[in-house]
Design a protein around this ligand. Structure first.
Ligand code: ZN
Ligand code: ZN
Length: 614
């Protein structure tokens, strides 16, 4: 790109003029929205609009003389290409949580200077960290303005997609039951009010779903709950702040019957400002922005704790787990139909013509779309052949993708949203022949997936503590991987949810493993420029009867939920123990038994062949 004509260079220059006028030395532009969501509506993609960097995570800082984008290793290659000609420097950071951008601002802003950030999109916990560090350096923090408004003429407005009810049988717990559950938790904190901004929490509490962002079936809203004892008889004691026209009259009436009143999206801040000395507000500092915290009435007492709904929605009920098992059968059947097609398409004669990474995505999505209860993809499919598989967050595009030809490994990570659950699965397939080195990596990763899947652990174990179990077979050979081993998964909600996380994160008490939680297990090995292997299943925490009885407390085990063959052609049998062979054969027997009744013809033949015992 010609540096003089880069639109991003022009936007940065325009922004600097606005900043200079307002006496701001640097502007921090996080990748965030007022709900601290993973996927941002266009209105809050200011970091991308200013810099041209399209990655899902990354922080931009624009100073008067220099500008820098902070991104972790997943995005280095992409950021380097996209920032060309923008005048923005790429700063390579170890992890998304690293505070390198704060140190950069301290180096680039004089003592007595001012850093600005839109407080509406800055998490409360992140703001507290930022403010503390800047204060030490003698730098002021301004959070009242959003300077992008002045220079972004075609800034997208709020999404207007309709809100729909998530009904029984797929929503086994009623809205009233969930409201009561959250209010009971509020009472333990002595809270009269509770403000929720995270859209998956709101969707869960209200049994509502939407389509305001890609992949997550959520809608833009804030929720202010009042403890029912404080409400006048017959009054609404919950206010749902969402865009006009998103909820139809029938649904609005159903919500009103449960005490939920609809209010304009813009009024959430004013409702917080109206809280007074008789009120105690419960908020989650990791899930509410600094901007909203600032709006809370000065006399109102504030209690900070994790959203009760975040904990509650992580623990699926038995009825929900039963729906997830059903969704897994449908998802597995979709996989079988797709993989049967893929193997035929990749036969040496190429009966369906050239197959690319994009064809894989298209055919796999079409196969899922035919299954009962399917709503949409749960994230954008990663179909990555050979060297592309070495990039954990690779995405094929029309202008840059590989043709599947010759020999190697094809990694496919994909998932679906079903009315009765959310899926996320990674498999790696041999194309042509796989080398001995590829098979070794594949087998070591599989051993990691199996080792953790078979782990038994005391209830309440902090989830980060079991991360090393999936890595141990890799560590033994001097191998490792740069991402977490597993994330929580929602119930027809976000494919990434907390609070549990099987990763190298420093644990906190909210990350304890409890019955009903669904988590992914997805270790990998990535060889830059060559290939990547990742094998991912979702697992459910189930109570376990131990032979020791209750002497050592309650134990949990994992039930593997994902049902899809694992490519046994890629296994180096010399690395497998007898008990590992037995686990894999038993898993394949389960996959065959549950999926066979739902597939026929080529898909069924493929299922039988790929689940044959080894
Ligand atoms: Zn995945
Ligand atoms: Zn995953």
């Amino acid at each position: 790109m010609d540096t003089r004509t880069s639109p991003f260079r022009a936007r940065i220059a325009q922004l600097r003029e606005v900043l200079a006028k307002e006496g701001i030395d640097a502007l921090l532009v996080p990748s965030a929205d007022p709900h601290l969501s993973e996927y941002l509506p266009g209105r809050w993609q200011g970091r991308e609009w200013l810099s041209g960097f399209t990655g899902s995570a990354g922080t931009l800082v624009v100073g008067q003389r220099a500008a820098a984008l902070f991104a972790d290793s997943r995005y280095w290659q992409q950021a380097e290409a996209e920032l060309q000609g923008s005048g923005i420097e790429l700063v390579r950071i170890a992890s998304a949580a690293a505070p390198a951008h704060i140190e950069w601002m301290i180096d680039n802003v004089p003592r007595g200077g001012t850093v600005a950030v839109d407080g509406q999109v800055l998490g409360l916990a992140a703001a507290q960290q930022l403010q503390a560090r800047l204060t030490t350096a003698g730098i002021a923090l301004a959070t009242e303005r959003d300077p992008l408004d002045a220079i972004w003429p075609a800034r997208p407005s709020l999404p207007t997609a309709p809100v729909v009810a998530h009904n029984p049988p797929h929503a086994p717990r009623s809205r009233a039951e969930k409201l009561a559950l959250v209010r009971a938790a509020m009472a333990t904190h002595g809270a009269t009010h509770h403000f929720v901004s995270t859209v998956d929490d709101i969707a869960w509490i209200t049994n509502l779903r939407g389509s305001d962002v890609e992949y997550n079936p959520v809608f833009m809203a804030h929720l202010l709950l009042q403890h029912s004892a404080d409400a006048a008889p017959g009054a609404c004691n919950a206010r749902l702040f969402t865009g006009a026209g998103k909820v139809d009259a029938a649904l609005a009436a159903a919500l009103a019957a449960d005490g939920v009143e609809l209010r304009p999206y813009e009024e959430a801040g004013a409702a917080l400002a109206a809280l007074g000395e008789r009120d105690t507000l419960l908020i989650d500092p990791k899930r509410v922005t600094f901007g909203f915290r600032q709006r809370v009435g000065a006399a109102c007492k504030v209690v900070e704790a994790i959203n009760p709904s975040t904990l509650a929605k992580s623990r699926k009920t038995d009825a929900e787990a039963a729906h997830v098992r059903e969704a897994m059968i449908e998802d597995g059947a979709a996989m079988c139909e797709f993989y049967a097609w893929m193997e035929e398409a990749l036969a040496p004669s190429r009966p369906h013509g050239v197959v690319t990474e994009l064809t894989i995505d298209e055919k796999l999505s079409a196969s899922r779309a035919r299954r009962a209860g399917f709503v949409g993809s749960s994230f954008s499919t990663i179909a990555a052949f050979n060297a592309n598989g070495a990039m954990p967050h690779y995405r094929a595009t029309p202008s840059s993708h590989a043709v599947i030809e010759g020999d190697g490994l094809l990694l496919i990570d994909s998932g679906g949203q079903y009315l009765g659950g959310t899926t996320d699965i990674t498999r790696v397939w041999q194309v042509g022949t796989a080398s001995a080195a590829m098979k070794r990596d594949f087998t070591l990763v599989l051993k990691g997936t199996m080792a953790l899947s078979r782990t038994r652990f005391p209830r309440g174990t902090l989830s980060p503590m079991i991360d090393a179990i999936a890595r141990a077979p890799l560590w033994a050979e001097g191998l490792d991987f740069g991402h977490g081993t597993g994330h929580g998964v929602g119930y027809f909600l976000n494919v990434h949810e907390g609070p549990q996380s099987i990763s190298r994160t420093i644990p906190d008490a909210n990350m304890a493993m409890e019955p009903g939680m669904i988590t992914s297990i997805e270790p990998g090995v990535y060889r830059p420029g060559q290939w990547g292997v990742r094998i991912e299943n979702l697992v459910l925490n189930v109570p376990l009867q131990t032979s020791e009885g209750s002497t050592f407390g309650e134990f949990l085990a994992f039930e593997t939920l994902t049902l899809c063959p694992i490519d046994t052609r890629c296994i180096d049998r010399s690395l497998m123990r007898a008990d590992e062979m037995a686990w894999l054969n038993a898993y394949h027997a389960t996959v065959r038994e549950r999926i066979a009744p739902r597939v026929s013809g080529a898909a069924r033949a493929w299922l039988v062949a790929r689940t044959a015992p080894i």
